[in-house]
Unconditional design. Structure first.
Ligand code: F0G
Length: 404
């Protein structure tokens, strides 16, 4: 495996463990080139099933189980907390509410730190260890910080997290503190925090934002696990919330590999849902624009996706287009309503995750997807990730009831 520039006109290739986050030739993001030649997809499907019976940490991890499609490391270097292995849960009230008959949730919030970030962090942190890093850092709306802090603690590395001051859920901040991270509060948005961090190259820091291609590889395995759970039959639609667009970029890369190497013969249409106040990708999609115009002051109650300048938009767009999908946005009110419905189904999630269900309801209302389509919605964060949001919503409900 090698690193490859994502820009097809450049296509520069680099040694896999080079310390770059962007192409030194053209500045575009990098990705990992899985140039496996002889893949026997049937044999691998059986092997991956077999590994579920194993007691080896690499087989138990729902990421490293699929390691034939990941960079290789000596087993003792792998930093794992047993991530992955998240179930598919059928939507009941949520399906009725959205106007669907076949809705399932894949709840990535049921990972070790309560968020999908763990799936990428296990690979990113392993790479950090492999390259001899001592300090790891990220900018974050909260979840990446919590995940980085946990995996850094496991690896014995120093964790430094850059957070937009006053814009991060206290539950997430508490996790980062509990796992021993150094917290740097930045006046401004997530985008400002990321810019500040990226200026710190040359200070011996290993960067673990989702522009890090090793994180994308880990997050890619969500689609390997999902299709494995569905006996390699893709659903009609896959719905995912979009912030910095790393996760949808990772899913797009997984689609490409799963199709190319014969694991599936059809892809799900990938639908990316943004919050209306932080929707540069939805705007790009609607306008058919060639370049992304950042939203300068992103605003949404779903603080996890309060991002105005998503870095991975080109990668994400490739996945959306290749799968015949689309991008849309939903309002904060729609997100809050959808989140409450997911709670009533006994599942629960944080606000950003509920953008998926809100998006589905919107698409059904305009008859853009069939009622009986098979749909998998990706829930990205656990219900306990933003408890303030829940308490405030219920207080408001009570106040309104009293007012009438
Ligand atoms: N859902 C949750 C719960 C998130 O925390 C994030 C991103 C997203 C969705 C969007 O994913 O950025 O890959 O498009 N959170 C990042 C963080 C930015 O810092 O925790 P994306």
């Amino acid at each position: 495996m090698q690193l490859r520039c994502f820009n097809p006109d450049c296509a520069a290739k680099l040694y896999l463990h080079s310390p770059f986050l962007a192409c030194p030739a053209c500045g575009e993001l990098l990705e990992i080139d899985v140039d496996t030649t002889d893949v026997d997809s049937d044999a691998l499907k059986s092997l991956w099933s077999e590994r579920r019976k194993s007691r080896e940490p690499r087989d138990i991890s729902g990421v490293w189980r699929y390691r034939e499609f990941l960079p290789a490391y000596p087993p003792e270097e792998i930093v794992t907390l047993g991530e992955g292995n998240t179930p598919l849960v059928r939507g009941r009230k949520t399906a009725d509410w959205a106007g669907l008959t076949n809705l399932r949730f894949k709840h990535l919030g049921w990972n070790p730190t309560g968020c999908f970030k763990d799936l990428g962090m296990t690979v990113g942190m392993t790479e950090a260890v492999h390259t001899g890093a001592k300090i790891v850092a990220c900018a974050s709306t909260g979840n990446t910080a919590a995940s980085l802090a946990a995996y850094a603690a496991r690896a014995g590395l120093i964790a430094r997290v850059y957070l937009p001051a006053g814009q991060v859920s206290l539950n997430k901040l508490a996790q980062a503190l509990d796992f021993g991270a150094e917290v740097v509060e930045v006046e401004g948005s997530f985008d400002d925090a990321l810019n500040i961090l990226l200026e710190k190259t040359g200070e011996g820091i290993y960067f673990l934002n989702s522009i890090n291609p090793f994180r994308i590889e880990g997050q890619k395995t969500t689609m390997f696990e999902l299709l494995d759970q569905l006996n390699w039959k893709a659903p009609d639609y896959l719905v995912v919330p979009g912030g910095n667009l790393g996760n949808s970029a990772a899913f797009g890369k997984a689609f490409d590999e799963l199709l190319r190497y014969g694991f599936v013969d059809k892809l799900p249409r990938m639908i990316v849902v943004q919050a209306a106040g932080a929707n540069p990708f939805a705007q790009l999609w609607n306008d058919g624009a060639k370049e992304l115009s950042p939203v300068l002051e992103p605003e949404t109650v779903a603080t996890a996706i309060r991002i105005g300048n998503p870095r991975s938009w080109r990668k994400s767009l490739r996945g959306v287009k290749n799968s015949g999908g689309q991008v849309l946005d939903v309002t904060d009110e729609e997100i809050a309503e959808a989140k409450a419905m997911i709670g009533r189904d006994g599942i629960g999630c944080e606000p950003a995750s509920a953008a998926t269900l809100a998006g589905l309801r919107k698409l059904r209302a305009s008859n853009s997807i069939p009622k009986d389509a098979s749909v998998v919605a990706i829930l990205t964060g656990h219900v306990l990730k933003d408890t303030n949001f829940i308490i405030r919503a219920h207080q408001r409900e009570e106040e309104e009831a009293h007012a009438h």
